[in-house]
Design a protein around this ligand. Structure first.
Ligand code: URA
Length: 241
């Protein structure tokens, strides 16, 4: 891809365009081994070797971030009243058009994927592709075998919508459960359990696909995902005709 040198440097190093220009004018940037002091030259991000302070830079077209969403933060890009998931990460990615790929309720916690790759987001959210999402819930009355069976068969919500088959694995006392969904309907778990008069006390997303939220990532913390980690999200993806 062809792009201006200062733009490439600012994206690769996550610095402002002005700081990228300064770096270039200080002779800190080389293109194919030659110091370049002009910011507006065009470089080819696929074939040119670009270094800043001797370190090779590669162009990342998109970023993918795993955030452990704390309770009270909303899964939106902007909000008038509440802190958003984007507010928690944006300082490190000032020039990216980031958005959450999928939502958790304000009171829910856990894995939210944030990216600027619209196509990837669409792919993993499409109910046709069945990317599973895993949750741990605590509830106010026990999950019984009847509920387990109903989740497997497909729960009909109060408004008549039939949900796809889902898995629910209750703890011995039934007050905690692991849930795996293959679609994302607004308030889905609360509404599915609501059919059985079970109220959700806490809801935490633990994994998307095979990529698990590590225990070491505290609420509010985030990490940039590698290609290898991303492939764990899509490894079981298939397309329904
Ligand atoms: N289902 C819900 O009810 N809430 C969430 O945040 C996620 C799934």
């Amino acid at each position: 891809m062809q792009t201006r040198l200062d733009r490439f440097i600012s994206e690769a190093l996550a610095i402002s365009r002005a700081d990228a220009k300064k770096l270039i004018s200080k002779s800190a940037v080389t293109v194919n081994g030659t110091v370049v002091k002009k910011s507006d030259i065009k470089v080819d991000t696929d074939t040119d070797e670009i270094k800043a302070n001797g370190k090779s830079l590669t162009h990342e077209q998109f970023v993918y971030i795993m955030l452990n969403k704390p309770a009270g933060v909303v899964s939106a890009s902007t909000d008038k009243n509440d802190v958003t998931v984007i507010d928690l990460v944006k300082d490190e990615f000032p020039r990216r058009n980031l958005f959450p790929a999928g939502r958790l309720d304000k009171t829910s916690t856990g894995f939210v994927l944030i990216t600027d790759d619209g196509r990837f987001a669409h792919d993993i959210l499409s109910p046709k592709h069945h990317v599973p999402k895993s949750y741990t819930v605590t509830v106010d009355s026990p999950v019984t075998d009847r509920v387990v069976q109903a989740f497997r068969d497909g729960v009909t919500l109060a408004d008549g919508q039939l949900m796809k088959s889902a898995q629910i694995i209750p703890s011995q006392d039934g007050y905690t459960a692991q849930i795996i969904l293959h679609q994302g309907v607004y308030h889905q778990i609360k509404r599915m359990l609501g059919v059985f008069d079970i109220g959700v006390n806490t809801l935490h997303r633990t994994a998307i696909g095979r990529l698990e939220l590590p225990d070491s990532l505290s609420p509010g913390e985030y990490i940039k995902l590698t290609q290898q980690q991303l492939s764990l999200i899509t490894s079981d993806m298939f397309t329904e005709n």
